[in-house]
Design a protein around this ligand. Structure first.
Ligand SMILES: Cc1cc2nc3c(=O)[nH]c(=O)nc-3n(C[C@H](O)[C@H](O)[C@H](O)COP(=O)(O)OP(=O)(O)OC[C@H]3O[C@@H](n4cnc5c(N)ncnc54)[C@H](O)[C@@H]3O)c2cc1C
Length: 279
């Protein structure tokens, strides 16, 4: 049971959603956008989140889209993780989100909810940031399109009243040679000790990592080290591990030393798998 009362809105357009948020804010109350609602329900039940109003964006047609529009694959914020995997529209993204939670949960969990989850993993970000994806955001100042990487650098912080409408992925990335690896503490399903997505573009390996540091990241500096053919693979990885953007997580699920060990092996697999591929 959710231990607080809240109003529930299900707008049928972007403008209506923005308006509802504004109306609730003008009353001095808080409003929360939800896509799949699974995290909201879990956190609300345990008092980790509270709100005066929920704005469920599942009624907005633009948020359901998953299709090629011009040169881009467009994925709406409320598309479920299972639908993304089953569509095979962007295989790397499909592989990554297939490892999030169990099959039944993935029918409900959406890509928008994964990207803006309050948990630190947000694994859907990994493949999208490697593909230079953009995001369409809506708010009271209208709609804007941003690079996901810029949003990620800003810890996925949106302005007050903004929400994710769609993700836009350039078609040229959809069939890129790629690999996704994930290691959990015990079972196949679980939060990652380390999760890595890698993609080859113009003969260069790109990598994005979750589970190792406090936030998912892509580092150009680290990538350039991994691509430095003048060094041995071992030396490249040792240097790359010294270029992580923050301290390695050290908790009951895995020590920092163990996570680093896991990441080292994953980076080796990434280089071995992608080095011979011409992409
Ligand atoms: C059993 C289980 C295992 C999991 N394992 C993993 C894992 O291994 N890796 C991983 O990355 N995640 C994992 N997750 C986390 C999961 O991806 C998130 O909880 C995700 O937020 C749920 O999606 P949802 O659509 O239900 O989110 P919601 O409950 O709808 O929203 C979650 C958060 O995102 C915000 N939000 C939702 N939609 C939007 C939007 N369009 N614009 C702006 N903000 C928005 C909401 O305000 C809320 O703060 C797991 C979850 C479960 C239940």
């Amino acid at each position: 049971m959710i231990p607080f009362d809240f109003e529930y809105y299900k707008p049928s357009s972007i403008a209506e959603a923005v308006q509802i948020y504004q109306t609730v804010s003008d009353r001095g109350q808080t409003a929360t956008f939800i896509s799949g609602g699974t995290e909201f329900i879990t956190f609300a039940r345990t008092n980790k989140i509270t709100t005066d109003a929920v704005i469920d964006i599942k009624g907005i047609p633009e948020c359901h889209v998953m299709e090629i529009q011009g040169d881009e694959l467009v994925i709406g914020a409320t598309v479920s993780l299972n639908k993304i995997t089953e569509s095979k529209a962007f295989p790397l993204l499909g592989e990554v989100v297939k490892k999030v939670a169990d099959h039944t949960s993935r029918n409900k969990i959406t890509i928008g909810g994964n990207l803006f989850s309050q948990l630190k993993f947000r694994e859907g970000i990994l493949s999208l940031v490697l593909a230079d994806s953009k995001v369409k955001i809506a708010g009271k100042e209208g709609e804007e399109i941003l690079f996901l990487e810029d949003l990620l650098k800003n810890k996925m912080k949106l302005k007050d009243g903004q929400f994710l409408v769609q993700i836009l992925i350039d078609k040229t990335y959809l069939d890129s040679t790629s690999i996704s690896l994930k290691k959990t503490r015990l079972s196949k399903i679980g939060y990652p000790l380390a999760s890595i997505s890698a993609l080859k573009k113009d003969s260069q390996i790109r990598v994005a990592i979750s589970g190792v540091c406090e936030y998912p990241f892509r580092s150009i500096e680290l990538e350039s080290t991994l691509n430095d053919d003048s060094k041995s693979v071992n030396d490249r990885i040792t240097q790359a591990l010294s270029q992580l953007p923050s301290a390695v997580i050290d908790n009951f699920e895995g020590s920092a030393a163990y996570r680093e060990f896991v990441l080292r092996n994953m980076l080796e697999d990434v280089i071995q798998t992608l080095k011979e591929e011409n992409a």
